[in-house]
Design a protein. Structure first.
Length: 246
């Protein structure tokens, strides 16, 4: 009788468990409306052939960066103020300017690509399909990158009313085929374009003000922040932006 009682009770418990659905923590973002292109040609290592004269990135800047965004240290615990800053990492153009991106640092196991997209400042994107063009800045800016701190490119001339957003394409560079895969996960400086449902987890970019050299470092996290694999250290690719007004 005891065995029969156990079996009778276990059946509804099993059915109840089977009916439970896992909570959805993130949803893929659809960038299928975007075309993808590079700023120019690049070599077999993913190093751009359009690099300009290298900027000088001081050892002190790298020390500051590493001490602030320590590898494998969760920013929510070490520097929560970086995540509560509502200033977007997107760049709003207020006068005609040539815009430059300088690679500063990376610390990741993924061969990421860094790219940019644009949108009208007054009508920011609300879905991935609002992004019509994504341009690779550095095809290989992650693990195995040939880039050195200070490597710099001109991403173009932009007019007032345009905003520039940045996106890290996780593992997009294929070292075997020497090609880029646009179908990988995208993590953007525009929070709304990231996959996490919880708004507290949607941010994938933080900014560090290195006042000593008047530089603002843009620092990206390359893993879905709902994943156990995400370390939330935001040092997967780091760069800064400069411009020359016309």
């Amino acid at each position: 009788m005891k065995i029969n009682t156990y079996i009778t009770l276990s059946i509804p418990l099993f059915l109840m468990s089977a009916c439970q659905k896992d909570e959805v923590l993130s949803r893929p973002v659809d960038f299928s409306a975007a075309s993808y292109q590079a700023l120019g040609s690049y070599d077999s290592l993913g190093k751009p052939n359009y690099l300009l004269t290298r900027d000088k990135v001081s050892p002190d800047m790298i020390i500051y960066l590493k001490s602030t965004l320590t590898e494998k240290s969760d920013v929510r615990e070490t520097h929560p103020e970086l995540l509560t800053n509502n200033t977007p990492a997107d760049i709003a153009i207020t006068q005609s300017s040539d815009v430059f991106i300088t690679f500063t640092y990376q610390n990741t196991v993924y061969a990421n690509a860094l790219a940019f997209y644009t949108y009208p400042t007054n009508t920011p994107p609300t879905t991935g399909k609002d992004i019509k063009s994504i341009t690779y800045i550095f095809p290989n800016a992650g693990a195995g990158t040939p880039l050195k701190p200070g490597d710099k490119v001109n991403i173009g001339r932009f007019e007032p009313g345009t905003s520039i957003g940045f996106v890290v394409l996780k593992g997009a560079w294929n070292a075997n085929t020497k090609t880029l895969d646009s179908k990988v996960e995208h993590f953007c400086s525009s929070d709304i374009l990231n996959p996490e449902i919880d708004t507290k987890l949607k941010k994938h970019s933080v900014m560090l003000n290195y006042a000593t050299e008047n530089k603002t470092l843009i620092c990206l996290e390359n893993t879905d922040r709902t994943s156990d694999k995400c370390d939330n250290d935001f040092n997967d690719v780091v760069f800064y932006v400069t411009s020359t007004p016309l």
